[in-house]
Design a protein around this ligand. Structure first.
Ligand SMILES: [Fe+2]
Length: 136
């Protein structure tokens, strides 16, 4: 049994998938069950992964990874940032490449309806997340 927006990874080939509509079957890739990824939320060590919400120079709200910018090198970088409204009706994902800035503008309907969660995926350190209050 999966849940909407669960994320799974194949540890053999590296496929990462997100559940759009849940079902009862076990997710299998490369003949092995896929691993359900659970977002970590507490930073340890030097590199910071937990998403933070800040305002940029123009006063726009921006999600950044993390409290100090995460490396965006060829072999270690943030692969995507995703915003999910608390009601799970709105999802917005931004894919990143090495040398991009590890950030995403917060321009989506989810900011007005009671809060949202942000997750991000580091190709080395995995899935991280943080929750934010809505404005209402
Ligand atoms: Fe990392």
């Amino acid at each position: 049994m999966t849940n909407k927006l669960d994320i799974f990874k194949c540890d053999v080939c590296g496929n990462i998938i997100e559940v759009v509509i849940p079902g009862y079957g076990e997710l299998v890739c490369c003949n092995k069950p896929m691993r359900h990824l659970v977002a970590q939320s507490v930073d340890e060590g030097l590199e910071k992964h937990v998403p933070v919400l800040e305002k940029n120079e123009d006063g726009q709200k921006v999600i950044r990874v993390g409290s100090q910018p995460h490396p965006m090198e060829e072999n270690h970088y943030i692969q995507f940032i995703e915003i999910v409204s608390n009601d799970r009706k709105h999802v917005k994902r931004k894919y990143l490449l090495p040398h991009d800035e590890p950030q995403m503008k917060l321009k989506c309907t989810c900011k007005n309806n009671g809060g949202f969660e942000v997750i991000e995926y580091c190709n080395i350190h995995g899935l991280w997340g943080n929750k934010f209050e809505g404005e209402n």
